[in-house]
Design a protein around this ligand. Structure first.
Ligand SMILES: *[C@@H]1O[C@H](CO)[C@@H](O)[C@H](O)[C@H]1NC(C)=O
Ligand SMILES: *[C@@H]1O[C@H](CO)[C@@H](O)[C@H](O)[C@H]1NC(C)=O
Ligand SMILES: *[C@@H]1O[C@H](CO)[C@@H](O)[C@H](O)[C@H]1NC(C)=O
Length: 158
């Protein structure tokens, strides 16, 4: 019984392996920034965060089962690239921030952003871009007032 099970398991394993080799991949790219103004969006004084941990998860929309998990880290320009194996037409794939390496900028803004990892949706590119993900600084920088004024945010009520 145990032997038969071991055989089935290893047969499945080899099948999966052979299958995986043939599968193509998507390169999911995106960036992580520090919102130095605490406005919850990117401004020109936002800073790229290097060494931020990100995670991509694909989940089958019917069974709710997680079909893929990939983790990565941002480089010096705050960018990351995650490799997604196979087509995930039946899944929802989302990138989330796990951890900021900056203690002064570690409050996550948008926890997650969706990225389409299928070629069966009209898009046929290998590289897929995720929306930027950010962390907020504990205190807004002094230079933010000017930046936000330019955007027509604060004041200008006179
Ligand atoms: C990489 O980072 C630069 C600067 O932060 C940004 O302009 C560019 O869009 C990023 N590339 C990707 C693939 O996200
Ligand atoms: C960071 O990654 C992006 C996209 O993956 C790449 O275009 C850029 O050259 C990298 N920057 C550095 C400083 O390695
Ligand atoms: C989707 O199409 C692109 C471009 O033809 C290809 O590079 C990529 O490997 C395909 N991805 C999958 C999972 O089939």
């Amino acid at each position: 019984m145990a032997k038969a099970l071991a055989f089935v398991v290893s047969a499945l394993f080899f099948f999966a392996l052979a299958h995986a080799k043939k599968e193509s991949i998507f390169q999911v790219q995106g960036k992580v920034y520090c919102d130095t103004c605490r406005v919850q969006f990117e401004t020109k004084v936002s800073e790229p965060i290097s060494g931020a941990q990100v995670k991509l998860e694909c989940k089958d929309t019917r069974t709710e089962k997680i079909t893929l998990t990939v983790e990565g880290v941002t480089n010096e320009s705050g960018n990351y690239t995650l490799q997604v194996k196979g087509d995930h037409e039946l899944d929802i794939c989302e990138v989330s921030v796990v951890k900021s390496p900056r203690e002064d900028c570690s409050e996550a803004i948008d926890e997650k952003t969706e990225v389409v990892c299928t070629n069966n949706s009209g898009m046929h590119t290998e590289v897929r871009y995720a929306n930027p993900l950010g962390f907020m600084k504990k205190e807004a920088d002094s230079k933010c007032k000017e930046v936000l004024d330019q955007l027509g945010f604060l004041g200008n009520t006179e």
